[in-house]
Design a protein around this ligand. Structure first.
Ligand SMILES: [Fe+2]
Length: 588
């Protein structure tokens, strides 16, 4: 144990607080705090995620050599001072910023409050965007690549880029506060009546229903610079001159309104969250996505010409814009693209750890899967089902232990093919926001009514938001117009026009799908399930949505069982156990 070098990576006092543990450059465990606290996007100190990571590595804090944090108070410090001098923010705002700075500086105290032997190593503060770049490049398969980070803000910057080569990563340029593509997209998301942190997905889904008629109106918000960067027309925004709330009372981040009266004057009244969505809103969503893509590809194309690499690795909150990511090969000269599963701020935890490791260490292994979270033994699953037997039977459910994996997979595939909604809980929890076959709810992609069934039974989400397919890797070429690896569901690709009618539940209104490609090595049981479904139906994919109901994705089996019992899900597969509502009879 003494010769091992353990790095504990942390994203703290920021949305999507998270932790990871790395042993001699290899990731051992990683998880977001929200999965333990059960509060979406939980910000603050990730004490439970740290506890889980240490437990998974079978160490305590006394064994940790470095704690790596994805924030640095020193980063871009002179530019911060220059901003304060020019904009003269209110004393209240300055105090708030100082408080956050003190929280980051107080990480040693937070660590000191954790149980076990005390931490006696070094704390390394890594600039926010350097951590993002590291989280994208070091786990990628590329020896050399352009590396790009785009998000809201972190350490006074909103974007950064550079080159990765082997164990070296050069941060070559930044876009500094107050200009930010993330803020642009978030402000438009708020304007269109989606006020919650992380609601940008909704705008992205809505954009497919619009047309370009509002494009010029939105184009005036973002200017493209000759050096590849971008600038906001600040008169449409408030964040640079007013005290915008960004707090996490009770853990969930809350962000105040980012757009100014000038935007309302230019675009008309903002939509309130409970009013109907009209064509104007759809068209503004379309325009927002189009303007984002123009700025994103302007940056990528400039960097591709500057560096000459054929590969790009991406991170930052905007790297969750899977629609834009899916167009990289069409709109740039990059031929390969990599995003790890937690491309946003949670990923800063592994980015900070990678940055510290690669100062002296050998290149980390390529991250090919997202299964870095907690798992539970069959004995634990069995004990839970026994303890909750009365509640399960009261719901009219049967329970069965299925020893033979082949039979388990065949029965589950049959249930999906019969149109049942299946909760699928297996192995280690996913790292990052997407459920990728271990904490998933599955459905039949062939059924046009499956979206409504899911929304009625469990999800109750906006009807315009699409569901996604998990597809056998070998079958991608037959169903999509491009044959790409998309293991983490972070790219949207066009579905072949002749196939769209066969899989209506996972075909978005514009003919695209946010696919997850599944290979046998990364998740053999999930692969076998989709293969069995393929055998039954001739369709090599299942509908996959996250296992949750207006809450963070389930982590523990208790949460999966509770979600199953309180919703109208038909079947729950918990490891080798199948719980089934009696009304949910299969045809087999
Ligand atoms: Fe970030």
């Amino acid at each position: 144990m003494a010769s091992d070098l353990f790095i504990l990576g942390i994203n703290a006092f920021h949305a999507d607080a998270a932790a990871c543990i790395m042993r001699d450059g290899a990731l051992v465990a990683a998880a977001e705090e929200e999965r333990f606290s059960r509060i979406k996007h939980w910000a603050g100190f990730p004490a439970q995620a740290i506890g889980y990571c240490l437990n998974e590595a079978k160490i305590d804090l006394g064994d940790v050599t470095h704690v790596a944090v994805n924030r640095s108070a020193r980063a871009n410090f002179l530019r911060k001072l220059a901003h304060i001098a020019s904009y003269r923010p209110s004393p209240h705002l300055l105090l708030k910023r100082l408080r956050n700075r003190n929280q980051i500086a107080g990480i040693a105290d937070e660590l000191g409050a954790l149980p076990g032997r005390p931490f006696s190593g070094a704390i390394d503060y890594v600039e926010h965007h350097l951590a993002h770049l590291a989280s994208a490049f070091f786990p990628s398969p590329f020896r050399e690549a352009a590396v790009v980070s785009v998000d809201g803000f972190g350490d006074f910057a909103s974007a950064a880029w550079g080159c990765g080569s082997g164990t070296a990563l050069l941060l070559d340029g930044r876009v500094l506060f107050p200009h930010s593509l993330g803020i642009f997209y978030q402000a438009m998301t708020q304007y269109l009546g989606f006020p919650h942190y992380g609601d940008e997905y909704k705008l992205m889904g809505l954009a497919a229903y619009g047309n370009p008629s509002c494009r010029q109106d939105v184009e005036q918000l973002v200017a493209l610079n000759d050096d590849g960067s971008f600038a906001l027309d600040l008169k449409f925004f408030r964040h640079h001159r007013e005290d915008i709330a960004y707090e996490w009372p009770g853990g969930e981040p809350v962000c105040g309104s980012l757009f100014s009266q000038a935007l309302v004057d230019a675009l008309g009244p903002p939509r309130s969250s409970d009013s109907p969505i009209e064509d104007r809103h759809r068209n503004l969503a379309f325009a927002t996505q189009a303007v984002y893509e123009d700025a994103f590809f302007h940056l990528l194309n400039t960097l591709q010409r500057r560096y000459g690499h054929s590969a790009v690795a991406l991170a930052g909150g905007c790297a969750y814009n899977s629609v834009a990511n899916g167009k990289i090969k069409d709109r740039t000269a990059f031929r390969e693209c990599y995003l790890q599963s937690a491309a946003g701020d949670a990923g800063g935890a592994i980015g900070a750890a990678y940055a510290v490791w690669h100062r002296n260490g050998a290149r980390a292994p390529h991250m090919t899967h997202a299964f870095w979270g907690p798992s539970f033994t069959d004995t634990e699953l069995s004990a839970l089902l026994m303890a909750r037997r009365a509640a399960i039977e009261a719901e009219g459910c049967s329970m069965r232990h299925i020893d033979d994996e082949h039979e388990l997979v065949a029965m589950t595939a049959r249930a999906v093919a019969d149109g049942l909604v299946v909760g699928w809980f297996q192995g280690r929890m996913e790292w990052g926001p997407r459920a990728l076959g271990n904490r998933s709810i599955l459905g039949d992609p062939r059924r046009a009514d499956m979206k409504n069934i899911l929304n009625l039974k469990i999800k109750r989400r906006e009807s315009f938001r699409p569901f996604a397919p998990s597809i056998l890797r070998e079958a991608v070429v037959d169903w999509f117009t491009r044959d790409d690896d998309v293991p983490f569901m972070l790219q949207v690709l066009p579905i072949r026009p002749e196939r769209r009618g066969q899989i209506p539940a996972v075909t978005h209104v514009d003919g695209t799908g946010r696919l997850q490609t599944v290979d046998r090595a990364s998740n053999p049981r999930y692969y076998a399930l989709i293969e069995a479904f393929y055998g039954l139906t001739g369709v090599p994919m299942v509908l996959n949505t996250s296992f949750n109901e207006n809450e963070p994705v389930v982590c523990r089996p208790e949460e999966a069982l509770d979600c199953f019992l309180r919703t109208k899900m038909d079947v729950l597969v918990l490891g080798p156990y199948m719980v089934r509502r009696e009304a949910a009879v299969c045809n087999s």
